[in-house]
Design a protein around this ligand. Structure first.
Ligand code: TRP
Length: 334
C-alpha cells in the first residue's frame, strides 16, 4: 500500500523562519518525511495577500526553500516546491471559491485579525480568499495529514467542509485531511511579551528568535527575555508565562520533559537557566544557518532542486485537477 500523504505550506514573508515556525511546524516536516509521502511548499501566492515587494518576495522564497532543505528535508524523499510553480493551485482555488459562502469565509478568525490590522475597507479580497487557496493546496495532493500550528485548525475545518461539499455535489474526488498539531509546542511565545504568540508580524525584534540569526544576538535576546519577579523555575503558565515559555523551548530542543527540567534547576537562578536555553538554541540553529548559507550561495543549484520538486508536484496536482475539471462540468480542451 502507498504511504499516507502529508502536505504543508509555509509563507515566505520574512528573511528567516523563527523558533515558533521551527518547533511548531518545520521540525515536524522532517520527522514526517519518514513514513509519509511528503509534499512541502513555499506558499508565495499566499504571501501576496498583504503588501509586499516583488524583489523581497523572490529573495524570501529562495531563503525559505533553502531553510527547508537545511533543516533536513531530503529532496529525494520529500517533494519541496514553490506554490506558484504549480498552476493548479490557483485553478482549484477558483473552483473552491465558487463553493464557499461569504459568511463562511467571513468567519475565519485569521482573516478578521489581519483585516482589522489593515482597516476593514483596505484589506484585499485575496486576504479574504486566503483560506480557500490553502484548501486548494491541501486537496490537490489528496493529503491525509497536514502538520500546522494550532492557529490553523479553523482553516483545516474549512478545507474538510469544502472537500465534503465537492464530493457530495460532484462525486468522490478529495481525501479529507486531518490536521497534525504537535503537542507541547503549540504555544511558543514572544520573549518580550510572553502572553503573545511569537510571530513575524507582531513580535518586536527582541521578542523573536530567528533561525538565521547569529549566536551573539540570539544569546542576548534570551538573556533579556522577560521573566517574572521571583526566582523559582517552575512551569506556571498563568503566573510565570515567561519562564513557562523558556521551559517549553528548552524541553522541545533537548527532548527533556519539563518536570525533569524543574527538578534540575531547583534552587538555581534564572541566569544559569537562561544560559542553558541560549546554548540549546544556538546549538540547534547554527548548523541550520550554515547549511542555509551554503545552499543560498549556489542559486542555480537551488533553483534546479526546486524545479525538480515542482515537476513531481505538478504530476500529482494535474491528476487531481483533471478529475475536478471533468466532475465540475468543464469541457475537455481538445
Ligand atoms: N496558512 C498557513 C500558515 O499561515 C500556511 C499555509 C498555506 C498552509 N497553505 C497551506 C499550511 C497548506 C498547511 C497547508 O501557517
Amino acid at each position: 500500500m502507498a504511504s499516507p500523504r502529508v502536505l504543508s505550506g509555509i509563507q515566505p514573508t520574512a528573511d528567516s523562519f523563527h523558533l515558533g515556525n521551527y518547533l511548531g511546524a518545520v521540525r515536524q516536516y522532517v520527522t514526517m518525511q519518514e513514513g509519509y509521502d511528503a509534499f512541502y511548499c513555499v506558499v508565495d501566492l499566499h504571501a501576496i495577500t498583504v503588501d509586499y515587494q516583488p524583489e523581497a518576495l523572490r529573495r524570501r522564497s529562495r531563503v525559505a526553500a533553502a531553510q527547508l532543505f537545511a533543516v533536513g528535508l531530503d529532496p529525494d524523499r520529500s517533494t519541496v516546491f514553490i506554490q506558484s510553480h504549480v498552476r493548479e493551485h490557483t485553478e482549484l482555488a477558483w473552483v473552491l471559491i465558487c463553493l464557499t459562502g461569504m459568511g463562511e469565509a467571513g468567519r475565519m478568525t485569521q482573516f478578521k485579525d489581519k483585516s482589522a490590522k489593515y482597516g476593514e475597507s483596505s484589506a484585499g479580497v485575496g486576504l479574504f480568499t486566503y483560506p480557500i487557496l490553502q484548501a486548494a493546496d491541501i486537496l490537490l495532493y489528496q493529503a491525509d495529514k497536514v502538520p500546522v500550528g494550532a492557529d490553523q485548525k479553523q482553516h483545516l475545518e474549512l478545507t474538510r467542509d469544502l472537500a465534503q461539499r465537492f464530493n457530495h455535489r460532484f462525486g468522490e474526488t478529495f481525501t479529507l485531511p486531518e490536521p497534525h498539531i504537535v503537542k507541547g509546542v503549540e504555544k511558543i511565545t514572544d520573549l518580550q511579551d510572553p502572553t503573545a504568540k511569537m510571530s513575524k508580524s507582531s513580535s518586536s525584534p527582541g521578542g523573536i528568535l530567528d533561525l538565521l540569526e547569529d549566536p551573539g544576538p540570539l544569546r542576548k535576546k534570551i538573556m533579556r527575555a522577560v521573566t517574572d519577579t521571583g526566582t523559582e523555575i517552575v512551569f506556571d503558565e498563568e503566573n510565570k508565562p515567561g519562564i513557562a515559555n523558556l521551559l517549553r523551548i528548552l524541553s522541545a530542543l533537548t527532548g527533556t520533559p519539563i518536570p525533569e527540567l524543574e527538578t534540575r534547576y531547583a534552587g538555581q537562578g534564572y541566569g544559569t537557566f537562561k544560559k542553558d536555553v541560549a546554548e540549546a538554541v544556538v546549538e540547534t540553529f547554527t548548523p541550520i544557518r550554515e547549511r542555509t548559507e551554503k545552499l543560498l550561495a549556489d542559486e542555480t543549484q537551488l533553483d534546479r532542486m526546486l524545479a525538480a520538486g515542482a515537476a513531481r508536484a505538478r504530476k500529482v496536482a494535474a491528476e487531481t485537477m483533471e478529475k475536478v475539471r471533468d466532475r465540475a462540468g468543464f469541457l475537455t480542451a481538445s
